[in-house]
Ligand binder design. Structure first.
Ligand code: ADP
Ligand code: MG
Length: 694
């Protein structure tokens, strides 16, 4: 029964209430709700109860579970055992062990942070995210910092950004007289896309094993052109996987809700019900991990790469984001009264201004070597950040900006705080699938995120940029004597100044690129192009003033992201070289020998046609020669890259020279594949991989 297994492996609120003494429970609640410091005495009691609960559920170890800058989660297991007289052991877990850990941090990327400080890293319990049991290990969600408090992980900044938006949103809400609201949190529901292929096919491809994506592969006779996979019947093996996955996620309290086939063959999606952002981030990490683990049990492999296959859609993560109060009000939901509408419009204006002023940051948060194939590259939509509001809402904003009547038969001017917004059906707001940042009735859907990336960084940025705009709004409105007029003028001005970011048309159309340029919007095509803006003064200032990233922490992130880009492309290039030299060219060469022998044999018979053998031999020899020359060029260029002056120059060199060599090599190889017999080709084909799970 779902209701029985749900959250059964989570030390959640109900479990805490049942297992902790009343006073301890209350003290812990205060820590969770108001961020109060946890008393060591209380921590000891909590730790002991947690351990007893975990041991009853079969756990033997515990770990501080954290998210280093690699984007995946890290854990180091310690057992509960503690020696006792007489050679026996008892199971122990102290408050100190619960609250703080000290993993050796020296092998995690730090972007130079540890060179300046100390090799040790510290993990500290994020009490707002429940502990859980995974594979017999009690996992304690933690943040990960250096000795001097610099964040070495993804989560610290996310938590800080939640505080920043809480602070500023409360100021704004106060202006509207919401005295009952004591905290504001952002909420996220991340839709996760992925591919499932047969494990045997995966195991036979070095590119998938080493890089997560196919580096070669000719187009199959059929791709996604018939659109027959999207929402299609789920195949039995996939259905069995999904059932298992849901069970595992539910046990961990992840609100897995919908599942369906996606556009590309072998592509699927899972969407959870939204929750508080930092918990959603933890849950998304768990989801990705479990998808991969559960797939293996079904002899499948789950590919989370943004572009595992050329020629069909890549995978993303749609980050549904909103802001809500502790009194249960969604601040991005248009209300029923003029008063609620005014508040909604102000928050909407803040988001519009934030997205326009920090296009670069939003683009940067989704920048990675993998996601470059989904954004800005050939085959992929442009990497321009814009917002979709739908025609109804856009029309309302226009009337506010121009002071004109909204509806022809109403003949009234839209006055904020006086008039009620007309109701617009939710349907009309959610039909543009091409917008990178779409308003969907009561939330925004940020669609640029890559499928493999942690959602922490994107949401830390989203929270911070909106916090900044709310700060500016509060600064302006707080001293106003006539609040209503000041509010109206502020919203009107914001719309006027930032409407260029609103685009309701087809974001995949080439004409949009031209139009966007006219509007002065950024089009940062690749990761190095985007990263060039991270350390712009305005961005350093933003994060520093809201205490989300110090300048040092931001520089570290820049370095880690840049290095990661170059390393990923380098691994791909090395994998290509290995595949071509050791598998592909030898296979083609051996096959050429067969062709030659057959052609020679045929020639001994008068009138026997050997056109096929001769022509194929000629074409394959030509292609393998050109592939070989490109291999040598790629090798040379990799050597030459060592002369790059710094990390930025190196990334740029990879972006242009190395990637173009790789594309050239792929072209020759894919051409060879289509004229080589299937059994000779050393790898499973696109057709087999994409249509192999039945
Ligand atoms: P669809 O996009 O298919 O119409 P929904 O709009 O219901 O479906 O939800 C899509 C995703 O958005 C789900 O993960 C859902 O939980 C999430 N979502 C809905 N409301 C909010 C909200 N207020 N904040 C964050 N995410 C939300
Ligand atoms: Mg959606």
């Amino acid at each position: 029964m779902v209701t029985e297994i749900f959250s059964s492996m989570v030390f959640d609120d109900a479990t805490m209430e049942a297992r902790l003494p009343k006073n301890t429970y209350k003290a812990l609640q205060r820590t969770i709700k108001d961020g109060k410091h946890l008393d060591p005495e209380v921590a000891n009691v909590v730790a002991n109860a947690m351990k007893d609960w975990a041991v009853e559920k079969g756990a033997t170890h515990y770990t501080h579970w954290f998210q280093p800058m690699t984007g995946i989660t890290a854990e180091k297991h310690d057992s509960f055992i503690s020696p006792k007289d007489g050679g026996k052991v008892i199971m122990e877990f102290s408050g100190k062990e619960l609250i703080q850990g000290e993993p050796d941090a020296s092998s995690f990327p730090s972007g130079g942070l540890r060179a300046t400080f100390e090799a040790r890293g510290y993990t500290a319990w994020d009490a707002t995210s429940y502990a859980f049991i995974k594979e017999g290990v009690l996992c304690i969600p933690t943040v990960f910092c250096s000795y001097t408090g610099e964040a070495l992980d993804q989560k610290t900044a996310l938590l800080r950004s939640m505080e920043a938006i809480n602070r500023q949103a409360l100021r704004v809400l106060k202006l509207f007289g919401n005295d009952d609201v004591t905290s504001v949190k952002t909420t996220v529901g991340p839709e996760q896309e992925y591919f499932l292929i047969d494990k045997a096919h995966f195991d036979a491809r070095k590119d998938l094993i080493f890089t997560g994506r196919t580096l070669f592969g000719a187009k199959p006779p059929k791709g996604q052109e018939l659109d027959d996979h999207y929402f299609g019947t789920i195949k039995p093996r996939v259905a069995a996987f999904m059932k298992d996955l849901n069970d595992e996620l539910w046990k961990l309290g992840v609100l897995a809700k919908t599942e369906h086939n996606e556009v590309a063959p072998a592509q699927h999606e899972m969407a959870p019900i939204f929750t508080t952002t930092n918990i959603a981030a933890d849950h998304n990490q768990l989801t990705m991990e479990l998808m991969q683990r559960v797939a293996k049990k079904h002899d499948l492999v789950c590919l989370l790469h943004e572009k595992p296959f050329a020629g069909v859609n890549g995978s993303g993560k749609h980050n549904n984001w909103s802001i809500s109060t502790n009194t249960g009000i969604n601040l991005l939901e248009p209300g029923d009264t003029p008063y609620e509408n005014a508040q909604f419009l102000l928050f909407l204006a803040a988001v519009i201004k934030a997205v326009d002023e920090y296009q670069d940051l939003l683009r940067i948060t989704v920048a990675s070597a993998g996601n470059d194939h989904r954004l800005g590259a050939n085959e992929a939509p442009p990497a321009i950040v814009s917002m979709f509001l739908g025609s109804d809402l856009s029309e309302i904003l226009e009337t506010i900006e121009n002071g004109t009547a909204y509806d022809s038969h109403e003949k009234e001017l839209m006055r904020i705080g006086v008039h009620t917004l007309p109701k617009f059906p939710k349907d009309t707001t959610d039909r543009n699938r091409t917008s990178p940042f779409a308003f969907t009735g009561n939330k925004f859907e940020f669609r640029m995120l890559g499928s493999s990336e942690s959602i922490s960084c994107a949401n830390a940025v989203l929270n911070t940029i909106v916090a900044e705009e709310l700060r500016q709004f509060a600064d302006e409105l707080e001293p106003a004597t006539d609040f209503k007029t000041a509010l109206h003028d502020l919203i009107k001005k914001t719309i006027h100044d930032h409407k260029r970011i609103i685009f309701n048309g087809d974001g995949y159309d080439d004409s949009w690129v031209v139009e966007a340029e006219k509007r002065g919007l950024l089009n940062l095509k690749t990761t190095p192009d985007a990263l060039a803006h991270l350390l712009d003064e305005k961005n350093i200032q933003l994060f520093d003033s809201h205490k989300v990233y110090s300048p040092v922490e931001l520089k570290a992130r820049h370095e880690v992201k840049l290095e990661n880009y170059t390393k990923v492309v380098n691994i791909e290039a090395q994998t290509m070289l290995d595949m071509v030299r050791r598998d592909i060219l030898p296979a083609v060469s051996a096959y050429c020998q067969d062709l030659a022998t057959t052609a020679e044999m045929k020639a001994t018979f008068a009138g026997v046609d050997s056109t096929y053998e001769q022509e194929t031999l000629k074409t394959l020899s030509g292609l393998s020669g050109s592939a070989f020359r490109t291999v040598k060029k790629l090798e040379q260029d990799i050597c030459e890259s060592k002369n790059a002056e710094d990390a930025t120059a190196l990334a740029d060199f990879y972006k242009t020279t190395i990637i173009s060599d790789m594309q050239e090599l792929r072209l020759a190889v894919d051409e060879m594949e289509v004229i080589t017999p299937s059994e000779v080709w050393p790898y499973p084909s696109y057709g087999e991989m994409l249509f192999g799970v039945r």
